[in-house]
Write a protein of this length. Structure first.
Length: 865
């Protein structure tokens, strides 16, 4: 062992002083005189070291006894007393009276409402009283009142189609039920402590199309009363279905995949929904009785039925209020601001009623008509006649809308949760959020609530007011439950232009946010195109068509982008890209000359039929190239392939035809299990005469191909040479070879025998005279990676004895081998006796290591370019 103070044996067995591997006799260097000099310098104060003055902190260079700045005596570092940990006291530097994090009354930064991202997450466990309680309660009250107004507005939207007014009280109740359940339940389950769930604009608009369609299917055939159970059942069914889908996605852990859907697709549909919201609101306000069978008809009606004189009073305040909200909320994203606006508008309406007299301004006071007093008890009452009164067939005929609602709920909630995570400052588990939202919908549905999703604006506003824990949402939910109980008394006090204005704001907000604000620096031109195609399809052909086209486009865009990088990672030739087998120089020359017979393709990613077609084209182009040697061995490596589409199987049939047409040896390496199964099922592999050959990895496949190329050039078996003959052309001082042979010990390794194993102590290196050995890297999980196959003339085990590190790899004889061993002790002894021989060995090894590096660099370049 080369070891600082160990003694080692020389060639004759005599003890010699220990030496470094490079012949440096460590004992011969006497450093004691230098050490003495430094010590005496320090004592006299003449050292050249810089000394920091303990008085003024001035750095005195060149030594000296006193500080030239303050005159204080300089103390050398070694003269300074050692400072223990207890002596370090920085209490005098602390702020006066500043509470410390370990104090019981340390304020919760997240509760202050000032921190940007510092909320206390609930990931560490459920904490009901998270955040500052009074602030949470305050935020809950603000959010609760707003949620009440939103629930009312969205119920108006849902019932805005002509003839649907009689259902309004029930739908208001259903809306408030969902708001209450969403506030309490979702807040308790979500990991985003300020997120609010409940009825929201996109789902309400889709619901409006759904129930409108059911109504039109039944109108004229059934009396209004008889329609009620069917309409309510349809709404409940929608909530339950959305809940089940969301819950299932979360349970299966599939929610994260939703994040891969291009946002523009959702943007186009939601932008279209925004237009429906606006039209629906105008329909409600102007009682236009729009024809909702298609958008053309609805817009045409809207234009034809618009009477500026009448509409100014019936719609003007609502439109103005909506626009004011839109502009104001763009500046102040805060529920408090919105609440102030809503309450102020209600007060103005109320005042106009009191003092407006006959003036037109008194129209501001008009409230929602024909409400009756049947909002409470819950709409379940309406189902009393029994399930038999429900026309399931009508719901089934319009069932596609439930699918559309579910898709919208899944897509919009993903985008909103992602944005809320941004405000929250930490990632949340989308699966958990989906499960929470799913359960919320199921429970709300069972209580007779409309479908719920996450409201981004209200959640962000909730946080801005101070919500940091579930209490805010619970308070908001309970407030809405109370609002439901007193709805008969509260709603007649609310001027209708307020909820109508909220709807106009919500519609415009959807259009602005989803059509124009989803663009980022990454947005490509085809993304924008998809957005507008989906938007126009939604408008012209309807919501369901929009969703269908959007989903289709998303699928195509994702697939084409994913496969765009190309399924082909590298195209390589056997000239440069070789197996890890050490070849004799003559063999290397042959491979350089004939390596083009071997054509290598490394594939990557998921292979679609389209990728296979592209691959076939690339192969055919190479096969048809006339100015290169013809391809005889086509090697396709699947190591980086993540999966294959079913249709890719057709590609392999075409590949097989190509093999026959060009008479190739087709070799598949690192094939995924399903590919091997497919190929053996097709009869393409397994037999000697099968068209494809499968190898464990590219290295082994290349070794086989190279052997075939060498064989065809009669270069595979080389004349057996002795070690001196092998070393003669490459050893730096051939005249020392006989001396070298004298200190080597001949050993034989049988086939399969490990000369040493990875991690063993390193004590010798080996010169190979005959046979081949695999240098194997043992990876985690018991896998082996062949780094190299070394043969006659090679040296191995040199790294360990030079670095004194354990063996970096296992070396195993692939066949019977004759080796010459040099132990580390012997090397050290030779170094003493004949340093020139060791110098020659060192140079030989440096050459070999450099060549290994050149080889590795070439491979890296091939794979990176
Ligand atoms: N990439 C490689 N190519 C060729 N030989 C190697 C490679 N990596 C390790 N070895 C040899 O494998 C030996 C394992 O033991 P050592 O680390 O002592 O010395 C190592 C080298 O001689």
């Amino acid at each position: 062992m080369v070891d600082g103070d160990a003694q080692s044996q020389d060639v004759d067995g005599a003890a010699v002083p220990a030496a470094g591997p490079h012949g440096m006799d460590l004992d011969a260097i006497d450093v004691t005189d230098i050490a003495d000099e430094v010590a005496s310098d320090a004592a006299s104060g003449d050292s050249q070291e810089d000394i920091i003055c303990t008085g003024c902190g001035y750095a005195v260079s060149g030594g000296g006894r006193a500080c030239p700045k303050c005159g204080r005596a300089l103390k050398r570092p070694e003269a300074l007393p050692e400072v223990s940990e207890e002596d370090i006291d920085v209490s005098d530097l602390a702020e006066e009276g500043a509470p410390q994090v370990w104090d019981a009354d340390y304020p919760d930064a997240s509760a202050s409402g000032l921190s940007g991202v510092d909320d206390t997450g609930r990931s560490g466990g459920f904490r009901l009283l998270e955040g500052n309680l009074p602030l949470n309660v305050f935020a809950g009250l603000v959010s609760g009142i707003l949620a009440f107004f939103f629930a009312l507005a969205l119920a108006l939207l849902t019932c805005s189609q002509p003839g649907m007014q009689p259902f309004l009280p029930h739908v208001i109740a259903m809306s408030l039920v969902a708001t209450a359940v969403g506030g309490v339940l979702f807040s308790l389950m979500s990991r985003i402590p300020f997120a609010l769930a409940g009825p929201e604009t996109v789902l309400a608009a889709a619901l409006f199309l759904f129930v409108g369609s059911i109504y039109r299917s039944m109108a004229g055939l059934y009396p209004t009363d008889a329609m009620l159970p069917t309409i309510l059942a349809a709404i409940v069914l929608a909530s339950l279905s959305i809940g089940a889908l969301l819950w299932l996605l979360g349970k299966l852990g599939a929610a994260e995949y939703v994040r891969f859907i291009p946002i523009q697709i959702i943007g186009g549909v939601v932008g279209g929904v925004g237009v429906f919201v606006l039209l629906g609101t105008f329909d409600w306000m102007g009682q236009f009785s729009l024809d909702w069978n298609n958008l053309f008809a609805a817009v045409r009606d809207c234009v034809q039925l618009f009477r500026p004189d009448q509409c100014l009073y019936s719609m003007g305040p609502s439109v103005a209020f909506g626009v004011i909200l839109l502009i104001g909320l763009a500046r102040f994203k805060n529920s408090l601001f919105m609440l102030a606006m809503v309450l102020a508008a209600s007060a103005v309406g109320y005042a106009a009623g009191l003092w407006g007299g006959d003036l037109p301004i008194s129209t501001l006071a008009i409230t929602i008509p024909n409400l009756g007093d049947n909002i409470f008890p819950l709409p379940v009452e309406a189902l009393r006649p029994g399930f038999g009164a429900i026309e399931w067939g009508v719901i089934k005929d319009n069932g596609l809308y439930i699918g559309g609602l579910a898709v919208l709920a899944v897509l919009t909630s993903m985008y909103r949760i992602t944005n809320l995570e941004l405000i929250h400052g930490r990632e949340s588990d989308l699966n958990q959020e989906y499960r929470s939202l799913g359960l919320t919908n199921i429970v709300a549905g069972l209580c007779g609530g409309v479908p719920s999703s996450i409201s981004y604006g209200r959640s962000a506003g909730n946080r801005a007011v101070g919500a940091r824990g579930p209490v805010a949402g619970i308070v908001a939910g309970l407030l809405c439950a109370a609002g439901l109980y007193y709805a008969d008394r509260i709603i007649p006090m609310i001027p209708r232009f307020v909820p109508e204005g909220i709807l106009i704001y919500a519609g415009l907000d959807l259009i602005r946010d989803w059509l124009f604000r989803t663009r980022t620096a990454f947005t490509r031109r085809d993304d924008v195109l998809m957005l507008w195609v989906t938007f126009l399809t939604t408008l012209l052909l309807g919501l369901l068509a929009g969703i269908g086209v959007g989903v289709g486009l998303a699928l195509m865009a994702t697939v084409s982008r994913y496969s765009k990088g190309g399924a082909i990672r590298n195209v390589l030739s056997g000239v440069n890209h070789r197996s890890n087998v050490d070849r004799a120089p003559a063999q290397q020359r042959t491979l350089k000359e004939y390596g083009d017979h071997i054509h290598i393709l490394r594939l990557q990613g998921f292979l679609f039929l389209g990728s296979m077609e592209r691959l076939l084209k690339v192969i055919r182009d190479r096969l048809d190239t006339r100015d290169m040697l013809p391809v005889e061995y086509l090697v396709i490596d699947f190591k980086l392939v993540t999966g294959l589409a079913s249709a890719a199987g057709i590609g392999f049939k075409k590949l097989r035809n190509l093999v026959e047409e060009y008479d190739l040896e087709m070799i598949i390496t690192s094939a995924p299990l399903e590919l091997e199964e497919h190929l053996s099922g097709m009869g393409y592999v397994g037999e000697d005469d099968s068209p494809f050959k499968v190898f464990f990895n590219l290295d082994f496949a290349l070794e086989w191909c190279e052997n075939r190329v060498l064989d065809s050039e009669n270069m595979l078996t080389m004349k057996l040479l002795t070690l001196p003959e092998l070393l003669a052309p490459v050893f730096p001082e051939p005249r020392y070879i006989p001396a070298l042979m004298k200190v080597l010990k001949r050993v034989v390794a049988d086939k399969g025998e490990a000369v040493f194993r990875q991690g063993d102590k390193s004590d010798s290196m080996y010169f190979v005279e005959s046979g081949r050995l695999d240098v194997e890297l043992e990876l985690e999980g018991g896998k082996l990676l062949r780094l190299k196959k070394v043969g006659p003339g090679a040296v191995f085990g040199e790294m360990g004895i030079y670095t004194l590190a354990p063996r970096s790899a296992t070396v195993r004889a692939a066949e019977k081998c004759v080796l010459y061993m040099m132990t580390i002790d012997k090397l050290n002894a030779v170094e003493k006796r004949a340093p020139v021989l060791v110098t020659a060995i060192n140079r030989f090894l440096i050459n070999m290591l450099s060549e290994r590096l050149v080889d590795a660099n070439k491979k890296v370049r091939d794979l990176m370019v």
